[in-house]
Write a protein that binds this ligand. Structure first.
Ligand code: TYD
Ligand code: MG
Length: 455
């Protein structure tokens, strides 16, 4: 009988310590240490796992065959785009998101899509019957999709080896466990060990594995940060669960750009990709309203237009309230301070509420100008000119800087029939100027009110 070995792990970052600590020396979080039994069987099991790996040798970069990097079309344009143009064989992908956001639905749809791939959907959360019910609702368009309700990692790996699927989904990493460790499923050591085993398996057999991970309420993927380091791609599924729209965002991608997003709509029969996000993010009003501005955003290669709403009202209490939904609250405070100083509006006496359409979370600095436009419009209670939109980043001294990919933003605004776009004065001379849209260039935000309200 092996001696029981125990250790303490930080639940936030996975730091290991021999004794309990109040504060994690690695990530600085308080009260995150928990004891876990790690009576690891050293010897045969670990050795054979290592033996299964092909022994690699250094080779000249020119000699490496590139065909190994071909990409698999998953049959879903939104997911293909977020992955950087398709799935790379042998990659390990972490799909994170809050409970109920649609991770299981999305991953089952990947498994059921008519992509000609052999897929295996492993669920530790639902029974095979439950999955079948969901699959029927989503539409079974891939006869080669296998479903497996199991939580023991060794069984899962054995089945993957037997079935030899092209794509595996493990729903979720917090519910599976390995016999090698005595700690319970979902503990730091289990998550780490299971992910590491799946990684080895994915790399040695060129099987792509999607791992689903829950997210804690502060937005981090539950379980150690180490999970994010292990995997090749980290995707985050986000959105307001009261709303039908969802965004799939690439946070890390070893095989492509991370700024890509995929937009989905949750319907009765699953998630449908939204080809034209601007359509859902712009509202058509009968008559112009104050406090509404449109920003031309660009996440990844796809630009879209999104509506920002601001409400500026007299502060009811001594300290003004500032609430932002879908936008970084600190960035909003910074923008309000700039407005106060450079345009001279008395923001210190005002409550400010800010909202992005569709429950979208945006992190694009190019939307600064639209945020300020909405605030200014609400402050003066004066609607922004019809068909106007903005794209620009704002600096601390009120200067308007060009947003990344301004040209694409302008083209998208022109395509959607906008009449005027307000951008930075520093837009390059060679920039394309599509017909039908007036490009107003400003260098500083004190020029913004004029550009917004003048016909
Ligand atoms: P689910 O994929 O189970 O979420 P997660 O795995 O991230 O916890 O999705 C749960 C929600 O999605 C649930 O509230 C119902 C809704 N839903 C639909 O609206 N339409 C559908 O076709 C499906 C399958 C789910
Ligand atoms: Mg689920």
């Amino acid at each position: 009988m092996a001696k029981v070995k125990k250790a303490f792990f930080c639940k936030n970052c996975g730091h290991e310590a021999p004794k309990w600590l109040g504060k994690c020396p690695a990530c600085g979080e308080w009260n995150t240490f928990a004891e876990e039994i790690i009576a690891r069987e050293s010897g045969p099991a670990a050795a054979s796992a290592a033996g299964a790996l092909p022994t690699a040798k250094p080779q000249r970069v020119g000699d490496i065959r590139e065909s190994d990097q071909r990409r698999i079309d998953l049959g879903n344009p939104e997911i293909n785009r977020v992955l950087g143009g398709g799935l790379v064989p042998g990659s390990l992908i972490l799909l994170g998101g809050e409970p109920g956001i649609g991770k299981s639905t999305l991953s089952l749809q990947i498994a059921l899509a008519p992509n000609g791939l052999k897929t295996l959907y492993v669920s530790g959360e639902e029974s095979a019957e439950q999955i079948k019910m969901r699959a029927t609702r989503l539409g079974i368009r891939n006869e080669e999709c296998m479903v497996y309700a199991e939580t023991l990692l060794e069984n899962i790996v054995a089945q993957i080896a037997e079935q030899k699927p092209d794509v595996v989904v493990v729903d979720s990493i917090q519910t599976i466990y390995t016999d090698l460790l005595d700690s319970s499923a979902g503990s730091v050591s289990q998550i780490r060990e299971c992910a590491a085993t799946l990684l080895k398996y994915a790399k040695s057999t060129a099987t792509s594995i999607f791992i689903i991970g829950h997210i804690t309420k502060d937005g981090a993927i539950a379980g150690p940060k180490i999970l994010e380091h292990i995997v090749d791609v980290v995707l985050q599924f986000e959105g307001d669960s009261n709303n039908v729209y969802r965004i799939l965002r690439g946070i890390k991608n070893r095989f492509g750009a991370t700024f890509e997003i995929g937009v989905f709509e949750m319907l009765d029969d699953g998630l449908r990709g939204v080809d034209n996000p601007s359509e859902i993010l712009l509202t058509h009003y009968e008559e112009p309203l104050s406090g509404i501005a449109v920003g031309a955003s660009a996440d990844g290669v796809r630009p879209y237009l999104i509506e920002v709403q601001a409400l500026v009202s007299g502060a009811a209490y001594g300290t003004p309230q500032r609430t932002a939904t879908g936008f970084d609250a600190r960035r909003m405070s910074m923008l309000l301070a700039v407005v106060e100083k450079r345009i001279g509006l008395k923001m210190f006496q005002k409550d400010v509420f800010l909202n992005f359409a569709g429950g979208f979370k945006v992190a694009d600095p190019g939307l600064d100008l639209a945020v300020v436009a909405a605030v200014v419009s609400s402050y003066y209670d004066r609607p922004v000119g019809e068909g106007f939109c903005c794209a620009g980043e704002i600096g601390l001294s009120g200067e308007v800087r060009p947003a990344p990919r301004t040209e694409q933003r302008i083209s998208e605004a022109a395509r959607l029939g906008f009449r005027r776009i307000i951008v930075s004065g520093y837009l390059g001379k060679g920039a394309k100027r599509p017909r039908g849209i007036e490009i107003v260039q400003i260098n500083s935000i004190d020029q913004l009110p004029r550009a917004l309200f003048m016909e």
